[in-house]
Design a protein around this ligand. Structure first.
Ligand SMILES: [Zn+2]
Length: 195
């Protein structure tokens, strides 16, 4: 793109930085996966891990997104025309591809592992096992193991797109950017999901 336009976009990103830098950091620096989950499904861009079909059904209800029809997402998922597995797969891949599109980072990257905790206690336990600290965040992404952790009772499409954006950013670039830069870009993705 022309240099002038590029500079304009950079400026926009840094304006977002000014707004968001005061907010708490939502990434954890963990070394191990922390959790084991009994079930998993493969999608084009991710491996989703969970413990019961009820968790997946709940996730389906929380993610209001489908390719090209995002505003009707809830209506479609409520229609019962497809099961929760097919529906979640479609939504997660659509969100991943939308994040790639917003970032301008298309192409094949490593599949991200999405661990779906059944409640806040499970999420907090996982965080404690990984970091040895009390959990004060709602979701996180670990670069080393390429894993996302979310609580199914407290997730929405923007939050998941944000965490997937971290995986895309860190694996698309030869050298992962500084954490602050990655955070700015990931927040840009969840703020512009519907544009
Ligand atoms: Zn983040």
């Amino acid at each position: 793109m022309p240099l002038k336009k590029h500079l304009k976009e950079l400026l926009y990103i840094f304006l977002f930085a000014a707004i968001f830098l005061a907010a708490p950091v939502v990434e954890a620096q963990g070394q191990t996966s922390g959790n084991t989950f009994s079930q998993s499904i493969e999608t084009k861009h991710s491996t989703i891990r969970y413990d019961s079909i009820n968790v997946l059904k709940k996730l389906d209800g929380k993610l209001d997104y489908s390719p090209g029809e995002w505003s009707l997402g809830k209506l479609f998922s409520a229609s019962g025309s497809e099961g929760p597995i097919a529906s979640v797969k479609k939504k997660v891949d659509a969100l991943f591809e939308r994040a790639q599109e917003i970032l301008g980072m298309r192409g094949k990257v490593k599949k991200v592992i999405i661990n779906i905790c059944a409640n806040q206690r499970e999420l907090h336990d996982a965080y404690y096992r990984i970091t040895g600290r009390q959990c004060r965040i709602r979701a996180w992404y670990i670069f080393r193991t390429n894993r996302i952790f979310i609580n199914v009772n407290d997730v929405h499409e923007g939050m998941l797109a944000h965490e997937m954006a971290h995986s895309i950013i860190d694996h698309y670039l030869m050298v992962p950017p500084p954490r602050t830069t990655a955070e700015i870009l990931a927040r840009y993705v969840d703020a512009h999901l519907y544009e």
